[in-house]
Design a binder for this molecule. Structure first.
Ligand SMILES: *Cc1c(COP(=O)(O)O)cnc(C)c1O
Length: 212
């Protein structure tokens, strides 16, 4: 089967699985994670109306050049010395996890939409602010940038549910602290997206589920 029809049939299947969790597939945003995938895969995903997510700025920029009309998200760690290349070029930077990084982005693109990344799985290797610092950082980022919500990942192994439940709770805490809704809760990948949806996810970041 051609790449395009494989991708679209996988997308149909994913939407069925979303519906099975009791959530409305039309209300769940799917970000196609295209790290390590060729331009052809990016184009197919764009044709299906998906946003695209890249981890590394070096890999993302050449892809963005060719497909500037698409909705690109940065979902991987952003070093402060790479901010100049990233600020204002992504529809959403999902990986903001320090005030310093927020300040660097704000100097160049104060209207940049961002998510606050929280290390809810508490794995040392993972990016993200520790859960106990999330509300304070949300207040700081809210003054600097267009803060839209929270992003997090489940643990490498084990039950992802406690991590996702904690991220959902932190989103509610941040909403209360800011006195306004935070519409985006970005959690759920190929192996754990149904659990994430049951915990209130509004945005899935899917690589293997879409591209095999
Ligand atoms: C790679 C990656 C994904 C997608 O992973 P899959 O398991 O292939 O769905 C999602 N989010 C982040 C931050 C990633 O690095």
């Amino acid at each position: 089967m051609a790449l395009a029809s494989r991708l679209s049939s996988r997308l149909v299947r994913i939407r069925e699985r979303i519906a099975h969790t009791g959530r409305d597939p039309a209300a769940i945003k799917i970000v196609a994670v295209t790290k390590g995938r060729p331009l052809a895969a990016c184009r197919e995903a764009i044709e299906l109306g998906l946003a695209l997510g890249e981890n590394r700025i070096q890999e993302a920029l050449p892809k963005l050049e060719g497909m500037a009309g698409a909705e690109w998200h940065l979902i991987g760690h952003l070093q402060t010395n790479k901010v100049r290349q990233a600020a204002g070029r992504f529809a959403l930077i999902q990986s903001v996890d320090s005030e310093r990084l927020g300040e660097e982005i704000a100097r160049r693109a104060p209207a940049q939409p961002i998510l606050l990344q929280v290390n809810v799985s508490r794995e040392a290797a993972k990016q993200g602010v520790p859960p106990e610092s999330a509300v304070a950082l949300a207040r700081a980022l809210d003054r600097l940038l267009d803060l839209r919500g929270l992003m997090g990942m489940g643990p490498l192994d084990g039950d992802p549910e406690p991590a996702f439940a904690e991220l959902a709770r932190l989103r509610a805490d941040c909403e209360q602290a800011l006195g306004r809704p935070l519409p985006i809760l970005s959690m759920g990948m190929t192996d754990d997206f149904e659990v994430a949806l049951r915990q209130g996810s509004t945005m899935l970041r899917l690589g293997r589920a879409l591209f095999g």
